[in-house]
Design a binder for this molecule. Structure first.
Ligand SMILES: Cc1cc2nc3c(=O)[nH]c(=O)nc-3n(C[C@H](O)[C@H](O)[C@H](O)COP(=O)(O)OP(=O)(O)OC[C@H]3O[C@@H](n4cnc5c(N)ncnc54)[C@H](O)[C@@H]3O)c2cc1C
Length: 429
């Protein structure tokens, strides 16, 4: 078994610029994931001089490591969202989640990105009868409030969707999609450059200082490769947001998520496991998510260990996930696991995406394992706002609570307790 990201075996990640940093740019973007690169592409297309600064290689963070699920909806139940933010805003949030799938599809098509994008839909499967019983009300509410149709699948019909007998039923959303995330982020980087943006890899941002309006350049950015000035800064640094921007870092709970990928399955077995090739996740808090890869391997992920990724957590996770996979699919009992890797989710304390400005810098963060589509969409929208467009982003300006100390990035000693709490919730509810 290789402790390696399978997607990177299928993709060539482009290298960054070989030239020195420019002295001045219109917009400096910290981070080269889907958020930063979609913003860079959109800014460059509008004629702004944009530079992406990436501490590691292009797409190094969650954007190249994820499950490749391009999902509609939000993490929290709709009634919770409506009671927090009101109907009108939640309708706009849900519309943004649907628009984000179109946004990814449009970029893939326009830029001819080879990432095997497919509108395969997603399937949520119920781990308990009570979870299944709640699906009908949830689908009716979503149809009424947002005009979006989900389809309930009774246990007796579930074999048409999944080759597993452990679930109590499911709910299908045909609008969601799947892709190869490393292929997508690599293609986004190529597209951003083609439009005129510059991407500097191995360029860690160490500090951002606000200056007086120095010829329109309001920020000085110190990096491991020298300094530059920018009129605007966009923080698109996800779960890896560092001490360079402490006010944003303290908002994020970094939660480890891990993935295993099996050897290539026979076409017959692949079809039995997932007849429609859906993106699948279950109804628990401590959930499993899984799918077939385009070459018919089973990709199976979950929060096997709660701490952010390290060599030990990756190795432990491989075995935990293998057991989870065999519980779902006993057919895979003797199938070899060929890859395991991990990454870190950027989770806000209220489990919501957040955009806005902090100390004058734009940010977009907090996608909580649901960021491929919405991150791409929000990067594009923030680029419009920076270029003077109206700010109609529904996640902008909602309250952004600080997590308690012990869960915050850099101080995560209480994460195992939070993990135990969610496991307890899965047991009782
Ligand atoms: C294992 C795993 C599975 C997931 N599965 C899914 C899924 O199937 N579907 C889905 O929608 N979402 C999924 N997610 C979440 C999704 O991948 C993220 O929400 C999304 O990729 C975040 O994108 P981003 O551009 O905001 O941040 P990232 O992709 O994390 O990029 C941030 C970048 O900023 C860089 N950076 C940080 N600090 C600095 C600095 N000081 N200087 C320079 N650079 C810096 C980092 O190196 C990093 O490359 C998953 C995440 C993980 C970890």
């Amino acid at each position: 078994m290789k402790e390696k990201n399978y997607w990177l075996e299928t993709t060539t990640i482009p290298a960054g610029e070989s030239c020195p940093l420019p002295e001045r740019v219109d917009v400096a973007i910290v981070g080269s994931g889907v958020t930063g690169l979609s913003a860079a592409r959109a800014l460059a297309k509008r004629g702004a001089k944009a530079a992406v600064l990436e501490a590691e290689t292009i797409g190094w963070g969650a954007s190249s490591r994820n499950g490749g699920m391009v999902l509609t909806g939000m993490k929290l139940p709709v009634p919770t969202l409506i009671s927090r933010y009101g109907r009108e805003r939640v309708q706009r949030m849900y519309a943004a989640s649907l628009a984000s799938i179109d946004c990814v599809e449009q970029i893939v098509r326009e830029e001819q990105i080879d990432c095997k994008f497919s509108r395969c839909g997603h399937l949520e499967v119920a781990c308990k009868q009570a979870h299944f019983d709640a699906y009908a009300a949830s689908a009716a509410l979503i149809a009424r409030e947002f005009g979006h149709q989900l389809r309930i699948v009774a246990k007796s019909d579930l074999a048409s969707e999944i080759g597993s007998e452990i679930y109590y039923g499911g709910m299908v959303d045909e609008v969601s999609a799947g892709l190869n995330p490393a292929g997508f982020v690599a293609g986004l980087a190529v597209a951003a450059r083609r439009a005129g943006a510059a991407i500097f890899d191995r360029t860690r941002v160490q500090a951002v200082q606000r200056e007086g309006s120095n010829g329109g350049q309001r920020f000085h950015i110190r990096t491991s490769k020298g300094g530059l000035r920018a009129r605007e800064v966009l923080l698109a640094s996800g779960a890896d947001t560092s001490d360079a921007t402490p006010s944003l870092r303290k908002k994020i709970i970094p939660i480890g998520s891990y993935i295993i990928v099996t050897e290539v399955l026979s076409e017959e077995l692949a079809r039995e496991l997932s007849p429609k090739g859906r993106m699948i996740y279950d109804s628990k808090h401590f959930l499993y998510y899984y799918r077939l890869t385009p070459d018919h391997r089973m990709l199976f992920g979950g929060r096997a260990a709660f701490f952010p990724e390290s060599e030990t957590t990756v190795r432990q996770s491989a075995e935990i996930l293998r057991r989870g996979m065999v519980h779902v699919y006993p057919q895979l009992r003797n199938t070899k696991v060929e890859f395991v890797w991990g990454g870190t989710l950027d989770v806000a304390f209220d489990v919501m995406p957040h955009t806005g400005r902090s100390h004058g810098m734009y940010y977009s963060i907090g996608y909580a394992g649901h960021g491929v589509a919405i991150g791409t969409h929000l990067g594009t929208k923030i680029a419009d706002v920076i270029c003077g467009g109206p700010n109609d982003i529904p996640f902008d300006g909602i309250p952004f609570p600080d997590p308690p100390l012990g869960l915050r990035s850099g101080h995560t000693w209480a994460l195992p307790l939070a993990g135990a709490y969610y496991k307890f919730l899965d047991w009782v509810s």
